[in-house]
Design a protein around this ligand. Structure first.
Ligand code: S3P
Ligand code: PEP
Length: 454
């Protein structure tokens, strides 16, 4: 996997560190103590942008995330003829009710799984138009097949332009007839969210039946909740094995988006690792975002968690407890965070049920196994996870695999070990462009080294 080369074309105008080759992270001189506000949720931002584009009239979304994923989503909507105005962290979206004013376009969505899986159905449901969706190199290797097949069964006209099952694709806006589809949820919950977003625009009711289980099913619940806010009702059972959507219209809304619980996870980890204390002041435990449950894992490892009214605080501990097995299926974006913290626990930590993260921004299981091994940590790799043993990581020069979560997790080790050198740290801009800046503000030593100019 080390042959991966970062795809710099996917870095947007909202990314920083474009000219930085290495970020060297070393510990702070004191435990991390901080009150922090984290940026908006990537998942809510890209959902709300696309839903607002499908609504009639002006929606106002406050607290959006400004990162590569949302930049390319906004850019794509604009190229399709939807007006989007950004002021600070507020987006005004002038939705066209499912009609896309630009009838022929080739759009580039960057590396975002959300846009890749939410947009095809929204385009296919339109009457009239012919569009091509292109993506980053990695996003063009991530699975699309189950979603596209299900949309085709509902009547969508979509064809693969290069490799069967992958982006780029061409979509003709010929509408969706509706009907019943059967789909697996075991590779990505985003397929189900993408189907739900398109379903209300079909001519007849849509029934979605899940043939197995949904990984990270909370993201589907998040989609259902947000659809409800935009005026679309989804009938479903508790376990989300069957969902039904009748033809309905999206209504423009004014919404305040939540902070990103996945980003918050790295700051909680810093408190856990340094016996410090971090309070996130714009996020509460009562969120649909599954990654908030990382605090439960840290609690199990001996940390103290206060689940406040509108805030969450985590207080670290002298020695983190290990010696347990855990399924991270429902919050698998935090697998790497836990794997980076695990060497500092007093017993091994075995992470299970995350085979699907091999299809994320990189093969995350292989990547973290390689990187921890490089630092001298004993790790065992399984198809669906890994076991990390206690140890003292050695300083090393580490490639971030063009994966924001790899880079952010490696930096956590730098809070304990001097000289953790992260190659191409700029990949954090997929969801958190200011990450290294924030670490520095918290007291960590961050040395940025520029690329040599030829
Ligand atoms: O719907 C969403 O916003 C997301 C769903 C999850 O993806 P998968 O279900 O593909 O694992 C998660 O990993 C991703 O970061 C965001
Ligand atoms: C898997 C992730 O992103 P995406 O939305 O591209 O799937 C992630 O952010 O960890």
């Amino acid at each position: 996997m080390t042959h991966v080369v970062s795809d710099l074309a996917a870095r947007s105008k909202w990314s920083v560190l474009k000219d930085i080759e290495v970020a060297e992270v070393s510990p702070a001189s004191h435990p991390i103590q901080a009150e922090l506000v984290v940026p908006g949720s990537k998942s809510l931002t890209n959902r709300a942008l696309i839903m607002a584009a499908l609504a009639h009239g002006e929606s106002e979304l406050s607290g959006i995330l400004k990162s590569d994923d949302s930049y390319w989503c906004i850019q794509t909507l604009k190229e399709l003829g939807v007006e989007v105005k950004i002021t600070g962290d507020t987006a005004k979206v002038y939705g066209m009710g499912g009609n896309w004013p630009v009838k022929q376009a080739e759009v580039y969505i960057g590396a975002a799984g959300t846009t890749a899986r939410f947009l095809p159905g929204a385009l296919a449901a339109a009457k009239g138009g012919n569009w091509v969706i292109r993506a980053s190199k990695r996003m063009s290797e991530r699975p699309m097949h189950p979603l596209i097949t299900a949309l085709q069964q509902l009547g969508a006209s979509i064809r693969y332009l290069e490799k069967e099952g992958y982006l780029p694709i061409e979509i003709r806006g010929e509408g969706l007839k509706g009907g019943e589809v059967h789909i697996s949820g075991s590779t990505s919950s985003q397929f189900i969210s993408g189907l739900l977003i398109a379903s209300a625009l079909a001519e007849n009711p849509v029934t979605i039946c899940i043939t197995d289980h949904i990984v990270q099913h909370a993201y589907v619940k998040m989609t259902i909740d947000l659809l409800e806010q935009f005026g679309i009702h989804v009938d479903h059972d508790d376990s989300l094995t069957m969902m039904r959507v009748k033809p309905q219209s999206y209504h423009a809304r004014r919404l305040q988006l939540e902070a990103d619980a996945s980003t918050a996870g790295y700051f909680f980890a810093l408190a856990a690792l340094t016996n410090g204390r971090v309070r996130i002041t714009n996020l509460s435990y009562q969120t649909r975002q599954p990654d908030i449950q990382l605090v439960d894992v840290f609690e199990r490892m001996g940390c103290r968690v206060t689940r406040g009214n509108g805030f969450i605080e985590l207080e670290g501990v002298q020695q983190l407890k290990g010696g347990f097995d855990i399924s991270m299926k429902e919050m698998s974006d935090q697998t790497l965070t836990l794997a980076a913290v695990a060497p500092f626990a007093d017993g091994p930590i075995a992470i299970h049920d995350v085979a699907h993260i091999r299809h994320h921004e990189c093969d995350r299981i292989s990547a973290i196994v390689q990187l921890l091994t490089q630092m001298g940590i004993r790790v065992e790799e399984r198809k669906d996870g890994l076991t990390v043993y206690p140890g003292q990581p050695k300083a090393a020069e580490l490639f971030a695999y063009d994966d924001h979560r790899v880079a952010m997790s490696l930096a956590l080790i730098g809070a304990k070990v001097p000289g953790i050198r992260i190659l191409d740290p700029g990949c954090v801009s997929k969801t958190c462009p200011q990450y290294f800046n924030e670490l520095e503000k918290l007291g960590l030593q961050v040395k940025l080294e520029k690329k040599a100019t030829s």
